[in-house]
Design a protein around this ligand. Structure first.
Ligand code: 0O2
Length: 270
């Protein structure tokens, strides 16, 4: 097939990967903006290279003209979670979405592959709008923990290095490492609620500080410089106390101060 034709074929897949990545990253942001724990930690995406498509087509005996129908992972998005429990949350979230239709699922988390590979795979159909109109393509979503991802990247590089014929002694080491990741994921799950609490309060504090700084900045237009400096000093003093409740009270006081100034300004105009 001509290179130009390949480019045309891959364009909707490139668009799908970009859109899907943005959508999952945005979910992450929505959780964090609300000071909530996000089951999604990281999102990456890629379109399979032409050489990798050709290699897989050859291995699976897929005729070139059937590639788009029979190769499900030309567009691939990886959703990385912190904990094994998060994987199910993400899977449920995907099942409920109206902009992607789940075609099939493979649970390699509970049904570990012979290699030691663990991940949750979902094949979805997804519509993109191209220059030539709407196109529905297939994409593969891989949902896995940070630990599973680490193992998978290393094992994938080994497969590449040894042309998919990893020597026995390395294969054994990889299997041992895969078991260690299972133990690590379990250990992490046992402290999940504590880690989530810590991350939540970190996020709540970060959101609160950014709200306070916005409020102080808005006061620049209303209050005089001396008062702003006093407010800023007070903010630094309270911030150093490391007490979220004090910060919340301080933020409410700022709201009242701003309201007072706005009322004053209105009085002047009436
Ligand atoms: P790449 O380079 O990541 O694109 P099947 O023969 O139907 O079982 P199929 O169609 O490859 O195999 O589906 P499967 O098993 O669900 O695998 C799809 C993708 O999952 C792979 O794509 C890999 O990305 C990943 N994967 C599956 N098994 C392993 C494994 O043992 N090790 C690692 N590191 N990744 C794995 P590709 O096209 O093989 O590779």
């Amino acid at each position: 097939m001509e290179i130009q034709l390949w480019r045309e074929i891959l364009t909707p897949y490139e668009l799908a990967v970009r859109e899907l990545t943005v959508k999952f990253e945005h979910l992450m942001k929505e959780y964090r903006d609300r000071g909530m724990y996000s089951p999604i930690e990281q999102v990456t995406g890629r379109v399979k290279t032409i050489s990798s498509i050709l290699e897989k087509a050859q291995k699976k005996q897929i005729p070139i003209e059937k590639i788009e129908e029979n190769m499900y992972d030309i567009a691939g998005v990886r959703i990385i979670c912190q904990f094994v429990e998060d994987i199910q949350m993400v899977v449920e979230m995907i099942r409920k979405r109206s902009d992607m239709k789940v075609q099939s699922e493979r649970d390699y988390v509970n049904h570990v592959k012979e290699s030691g590979y663990r991940s949750y795979h979902m094949i979805i159909s997804y519509e993109v709008q191209t220059l030539y109109g709407a196109r529905t393509i297939l994409a593969e979503l891989q949902v896995r923990t940070l630990g599973m991802n680490f193992w998978s990247i290393i094992e994938h590089s080994m497969q590449y290095k040894y042309h998919k014929n990893i020597p026995e002694h390395i294969r054994k080491k990889l299997l041992k490492a895969a078991q260690a990741i299972v133990v690590l994921d379990k250990e992490m799950s046992s402290v999940r609620s504590e880690i989530m609490d810590a991350q939540n309060s970190f996020q709540i504090q970060a959101n609160l500080v950014s709200e306070i700084l916005n409020n102080i900045q808005n006061l620049y237009h209303l209050a005089n410089k001396r008062e702003i400096i006093k407010i800023q000093d007070e903010f630094y003093r309270i911030y150093e106390m490391n007490d979220i409740e004090r910060l919340q009270r301080f933020n409410k006081e700022l709201d009242l101060i701003a309201e007072g100034y706005r009322a004053q300004a209105l009085d002047q105009y009436t």
